[in-house]
Design a protein around this ligand. Sequence first.
Ligand SMILES: [Zn+2]
Length: 282
Amino acid sequence: MERWKTGGNPGTGETSAARPSCSKTPSTMRYATVQFAFKSPALQSEREPLCKRVLSRFPQLPAYKLLCYIDDEIPNYLPALDYLPEPNRAFSGLHVPIRGGGNWPPHVQEWFYTSEHEFAFDNLIYIPGTKYATDPVTFVMILAHEFQHFVQYGESEAAWRVNDILICNVGVFDPSAMVWEIPYERDAMIVSKRVTEYEFGTQAVQQLMEREIADANTNRNIAKKEVWTFLSGLSSAEVYNWCEETSRVVEKYRPHLETNLSWEEMDLLNTWVQGYGDGASG
Ligand SMILES: [Zn+2]
């Protein structure tokens, strides 16, 4: 918790951006710890108001420097997806620490460094140009989901890393496991539904879910139907302690994890579980 600070309020944000040198300067807006960058001015005028609304719902952000890049395309290939199981590689948003996060398309990566070739940011939220990003309600839901992952990273980087290991491995030995059984995912889903309901009203959010479920039925897309059905039934008022749940999920799958994970990964999980049991939060 020591990495937290108050900030991220649009009213207190800086207005001048320390821009990396690049031939084609994308549109930007910068707040206390958050730099938004848009692929084009057209994208900025369309999405900037929505970004501001989401940001205002996160009055307490971690003290890490965050780059939030809003793209208008979907890259063919991202090394950041390599570690994810195949079904999770179709994505509408990502949150990753920039160090060790692999290569990104040049128009995104040129933002990563200062003119002294140092990292200008700690973390990246990346929203590609999908059909979900073009709808205001789903865009807010995606952005709020990724913002909550950033908040989690600030709350406990150790627990965030444990969840990262769980999401890459649980599906391998338990194909029936759902993505929301990974604690940081369920927490991000609860918070993003709450933010979207605040912004657009519960009725509009429910209508969106019903539309997506109907669409999944029409296209016989079982995975999509499962996700939207879960989201539809999820209470945005649910009190959920994702750190505590992380320890529970590790214990649930312990025999499988001990068989499948490397020594280093298992050590990370055990350190977290022991530390949490002793009252530390990472
Ligand atoms: Zn997520």
